[in-house]
Design a protein around this ligand. Structure first.
Ligand code: MSP
Length: 475
């Protein structure tokens, strides 16, 4: 079976932080798990590079927008490499192929009709309060005491020509598709949020006249395509739409779009409508997870409390970072990251837990010169319990299933005290089943901790088992 999984494409106006890393690691764990099941996986991530904000960030650093985007997208790539992310493709919205394909898609949309026989795209006017200093329309929230807080000036009322998407003609169908789970939105609380949002949503603007850093609207060069709309289209252009239909048809529809809740509206409402206008199938599942805070506070550049994933990788290693991110929070919920919990959890579960068990058992096997006869994948029950948790996106619980097994092994050894025994076959009777359990756990662990899993497998499948080096040095 094919399995097409995506993360949001991340804005380049800032460097990656632990929130971006979280979604990307989840996607990677699912991609690896599916590959092991034999699915043909296509795992997509990338960067979202257009819009005024990006142009401003570039200017502030004295760089051209392209130069700036090249730099930050490289930083994203290197962070993902350091976290051992196995994406099949990395899309950038400034790629020529993306830009060309987006223009073709817009030409299609221009000719398309809604189910009520109206034009999908119509021309209209956008009225708003414009700040010349910022070169953008300000939202009500951004205006403080009637002024732009950055420029201390009164924004002027401005009308700009825009093209709009006739969302109103699609609202009923989208509602039905969401209700019937034809577009499955998880968790259910987010499905309900999407449904209640639908009642208050208007036609949306597809283009901007005042934005300079963006893709030209093919049928009106005075306009740039609204960055959100072309960003969503990355899920199509990355797999060949609209000109490599052979590749595209193998992969579309997306099996899973992953993201956090702040971009729910775009993915559960705008996106299905755009796809319908193009005559394309709906994504199968959209999973919307909660937002992280850090020590109870919103993560933000101004508060200076964001965590760079590389900091964690340097301190704990890639596998441990992946473990710490996925074991501590229940996927979907809003969660608070407590920085000091990372080291505690590292020491208890990895250094003293898994790492210590592997060292202890391999040491005793070597010391007593015991040969084992272990099988690959011998615990069907453990695997089925684990797989069920994975199927339900309960990653922390899937890990807990494995750690429970490891704790049982620890208890057995502590009780049996094989280091006090003399008789080799008695020692073997204790250590062999434990080694088998460790091997079983290591096999299932590989989507989460690919390197560790490989190391443990090679220790316990060697002809002569040797004491392992510490997998997770104590911190
Ligand atoms: N560029 C858009 C997405 C376009 S997709 C067609 C965007 N980019 S973003 O850089 O802001 O990334 C948002 C995503 O990063 C969230 O949906 C989530 O996956 C992840 N997170 C960013 N901050 C986060 C937290 N504080 N907590 C959890 N996830 C977070 O939106």
């Amino acid at each position: 079976m094919k399995y097409y999984i995506t993360t949001p494409i991340y804005y380049v106006n800032d460097k990656p932080h632990i929130g971006h890393a979280y979604t990307t690691v989840v996607a990677d764990v699912l991609a690896r798990w599916r590959r092991e099941k034999g699915d043909e996986v296509f795992f997509l991530t990338g960067t979202d590079e257009h819009g005024t904000k990006v142009a401003q960030s570039a200017k502030a650093q004295g760089k051209s927008p392209q130069e700036f985007c090249d730099e930050i997208s490289e930083i994203y790539k290197s962070r993902w490499k350091n976290l051992n992310i196995s994406n099949d493709y990395f899309i950038r919205t400034t790629d020529k192929q993306h830009k060309d394909k987006v223009k073709e898609i817009f030409t299609k949309l221009k000719n398309a009709k809604t189910p009520k026989k109206n034009n999908v795209i119509y021309q209209g006017e956008y009225k708003g309060l414009y700040c010349v200093g910022c070169e953008k329309f300000l939202t009500e929230k951004e205006i403080v005491n009637g002024k732009c807080p950055d420029h201390e000036t009164k924004p002027e009322e401005l009308v700009e020509k825009n093209y709009f998407f006739k969302l109103s003609d699609y609202k009923e169908i989208i509602k039905e598709k969401i209700e019937k789970d034809e577009i499955k939105i998880l968790p259910v609380s987010k499905k309900n949020e999407a449904l209640s949002m639908l009642d208050f949503i208007d036609d949306f603007s597809l283009s901007r006249e005042t934005v300079k850093w963006g893709i030209d609207l093919p049928f009106d060069k005075s306009q740039k395509i609204y960055v959100w709309v072309e960003a969503l289209m990355n899920y199509l252009t990355a797999i060949g739409y609209p000109d490599n239909l052979e590749k595209f048809n193998k992969l579309w529809p997306a099996d899973l779009h992953l993201m956090a809740q702040e971009i729910l509206k775009f993915h559960t409402i705008y996106w299905p409508a755009i796809l319908m206008a193009l005559g394309l199938e709906m994504p199968k599942t959209i999973f919307v997870h909660g937002f992280f805070t850090i020590d109870g506070k919103k993560m933000s550049k101004t508060l200076g409390n964001t965590i760079d994933p590389d900091e964690l990788v340097k301190k704990y290693g890639a596998d441990a970072t992946r473990y710490l991110l996925l074991s501590q929070f229940s996927f979907g919920q809003e969660s608070d990251i407590q920085v000091e919990r990372f080291s505690e959890k590292y020491n208890s579960d990895l250094a003293n837990g898994l790492g210590n068990l592997v060292a202890r058992v391999s040491n005793l096997l070597e010391k007593n010169n015991i040969e084992t006869n272990l099988q690959k994948n011998s615990d069907a029950k453990l695997k089925s319990v684990f797989d069920k948790k994975m199927q339900e996106y309960k990653f922390n619980e899937a890990l807990e299933v494995l750690w429970k097994k490891l704790r049982q092994c620890d208890e057995i050894i502590t009780k049996a005290q094989p280091w006090k025994l003399e008789n080799k076959s008695e020692i073997k009777n204790i250590l062999e089943p434990i080694s088998q359990n460790i091997l079983n756990v290591a096999n299932l662990l590989s989507p989460f901790m690919p390197d560790t899993s490989e190391k443990i497998i090679s220790i316990f499948t060697a002809d002569k088992i040797k004491k392992s080096k510490p997998l997770f040095p104590r911190i």
